[in-house]
Design a binder for this molecule. Structure first.
Ligand code: IMP
Length: 203
């Protein structure tokens, strides 16, 4: 019988990505809704890891014998003291458009040279197992904040996040290209290893 995994998200894009990475013969991956779980979670942690664990621990209370996964991600800009960081979704208000948020970040970097515009997307993924065991991993992708938005794909801060080696934004990559190198893709592949190890499944 397949092992059940509940991914604590309501984002269809994240569900697709985790199914690509972890789905298959060993695991059945359910969203919170599919698992019949509905709970309000206050993400008041100081780090991506803390916020991810807050979510997976809370959902694990309702998930019976399933493994629960949760992620938390965001953008850190070095010249802005790692802002917006864990406040990435809430930066300038949840309802403010990313066109406005992105323009604001570019404006705040006025006069900053390319080499000092370093930034990274960070993603922490945690797993809580039915036996109480917990694992947390982190994936990152390094880049810099450009001077103008570029690209039509992706979401959030993708249009201003340029890759050092290609000088294009993650909004210019196809979903497959982005998943192959993204912070979330990396973290999901790392948590897969942790799950297989804890479940004694060889890869
Ligand atoms: P959450 O982890 O889904 O809460 O995402 C936090 C926020 O970080 C998002 O709302 C975006 O603002 C930002 N973010 C996280 N990952 C990405 C990404 O891959 N591209 C662009 N923005 C991202």
């Amino acid at each position: 019988m397949k092992r059940k995994i509940v991914f604590a998200t309501s984002n269809p894009g994240k569900m697709r990505e985790i199914r690509e990475i972890l789905g298959g013969e060993d695991f059945e991956i359910l969203s919170m809704k599919e698992a019949g779980i509905d709970c309000d979670i206050i993400e008041d942690g100081q780090t991506f890891e803390e916020n991810s664990l807050i979510k997976s621990r809370e959902v694990a209370k309702y998930a019976k014998d399933a493994i629960v996964l949760a992620d938390d991600s965001g953008l850190e800009i070095d010249a802005l003291n790692k802002e917006p960081g864990v406040y990435s979704a809430r930066y300038m208000g949840e309802d403010t458009s990313y066109d406005i948020k992105n323009a604001n970040l570019i404006e705040r970097l006025d006069g900053v040279a390319k080499e000092d515009r370093g930034a990274r997307f960070v993603c922490a993924v945690s797993a809580v197992f039915p036996d109480g065991y917990e694992a947390v991993v982190r994936g990152t992708i390094e880049g810099y904040i450009g001077w103008e938005a570029q690209g039509q794909n992706g979401f959030g801060y993708d249009p201003i996040f340029y890759l050092w080696d290609k000088d294009v934004t993650t909004a210019s990559l196809s979903p497959e290209e982005k998943n192959a190198i993204s912070h979330r893709g990396q973290a999901l592949r790392l948590i897969k290893k942790e799950i297989l190890k804890h479940e004694n499944i060889s890869c």
